[in-house]
Design a protein. Structure first.
Length: 368
């Protein structure tokens, strides 16, 4: 929104009423820096749009400049600069006192502004989920309208292409579990119990969790970046113009594909992690493959496998929704794509860990 580079104040993005909270938050952050500038250049080359509210907020932000400061406006479109100068003159002619933000209560103000921003984001996300739910319900009764070509393409990219990295990382995690836990069990002459420890930990928690985290970082980020780039290039608007619902085209095929792929990837991850644990047990603890495999049925039941597998579709839906939602929130240019992609990954991993914790409590209470 507003940044400072040496003596240049850079204005970018959408300075409009709909982005008022974001503009005020960005302005508040740099007020102490603005107050130290003297001769400044206001760079509007990255400014996409500004309305009267944006002009007023820009005027308020620049009020912190010392009175003797000289201001040079560069990069603005003529109509943008004319509008700002007109609003500025009207405010000054009318004698309206628009004070610069008071930083004495900046902490409480920022907490309040962040709370408002957070509630606004929650509302938008719930609305997004509601729209997706409506379309998904409609497609349940009209499956022939699902974009099956996009579905199979996403199966390939999100599922098949992820097998190598998921297999390798889970194999290594299984090996690490055997090595770390095995050294402790060996001290008590209970090496064989590494089978129980590894199998339960991998099938119930680690396999599904690590797979979901990898997919959140790999596929969730890809979804956010893809949709964000389409938003920047106005391809999403083009879809709406020709009568294609953006969510029907860009979200549902991804969600269905990941909901199918992730349980299978989780099962594959479980097998690779147990194989890694088996290899280290054979090398480090002298437990043969046959002994390890024979002990697995005594260590775990089908319930342990089921607990891990049933979490996967939930992870898939959450990762897809978060990634796609953040992609649609992109505004401006490439910087915004990067920011929203980062948000998608961080939020997806956070939600995945929360869901794992909730599932652990729920499954314990129902006896699984």
């Amino acid at each position: 929104m507003i940044t400072i580079d040496n003596n240049t104040i850079i204005i970018d993005g959408q300075w409009t009423l709909s982005n008022l909270r974001e503009i005020q938050l960005a302005s508040d952050k740099i007020q102490p820096q603005i107050a130290t500038l003297k001769d400044v250049t206001i760079d509007g080359s990255k400014l996409n749009q500004i309305d009267t509210t944006g002009c007023q907020e820009l005027y308020i932000a620049l009020k912190s400049l010392p009175k003797e400061s000289k201001i040079d406006y560069q990069g603005f479109e003529k109509k943008q600069l004319d509008l700002y100068l007109y609003i500025k003159s009207r405010i000054e002619d009318a004698g309206i006192q628009l004070a610069a933000p008071d930083n004495r209560n900046s902490f409480t103000k920022r907490v309040g502004m962040f709370t408002i921003y957070l509630l606004d984001e929650i509302q938008k996300f719930i609305e997004f989920i509601g729209e997706i739910s409506v379309i998904a319900t409609q497609r349940a009764f009209t499956p022939w309208k699902i974009r099956w070509s996009a579905f199979w393409a996403n199966i390939q990219s999100a599922g098949v292409m992820a097998l190598p990295i998921i297999g390798l990382l889970n194999f290594l995690i299984g090996a690490v579990i055997s090595y770390q836990a095995g050294s402790l069990l060996q001290m008590f002459g209970a090496s064989i119990y590494i089978v129980d420890f590894s199998a339960v930990a991998i099938l119930r928690v680690l396999g599904p969790l690590l797979t979901a985290i990898i997919i959140a970082g790999r596929t969730g980020a890809a979804y956010a970046a893809q949709i964000g780039t389409m938003v920047v290039n106005e391809e999403v608007d083009a879809l709406e113009t020709i009568g294609i619902n953006r969510y029907d085209q860009l979200v549902l095929p991804k969600m269905y594909a990941l909901a199918v792929s992730l349980p299978l990837l989780t099962l594959f991850a479980d097998m690779m992690a147990i194989f890694g644990s088996m290899c280290l047990a054979a090398i480090y603890l002298d437990i043969s493959f046959s002994e390890f495999i024979t002990a697995i049925p005594n260590a775990v039941t089908w319930r342990s496998l089921l607990v891990g597998i049933i979490q996967a579709p939930v992870f898939a839906i959450v990762i897809t929704l978060v990634g796609c939602y953040q992609g649609f929130q992109v505004e401006g240019g490439a910087d915004s794509v990067g920011q929203q992609t980062t948000k998608a990954v961080v939020q997806s991993i956070f939600y995945v860990i929360v869901i794992v914790a909730l599932f652990s409590i729920l499954m314990r209470n129902v006896g699984l």
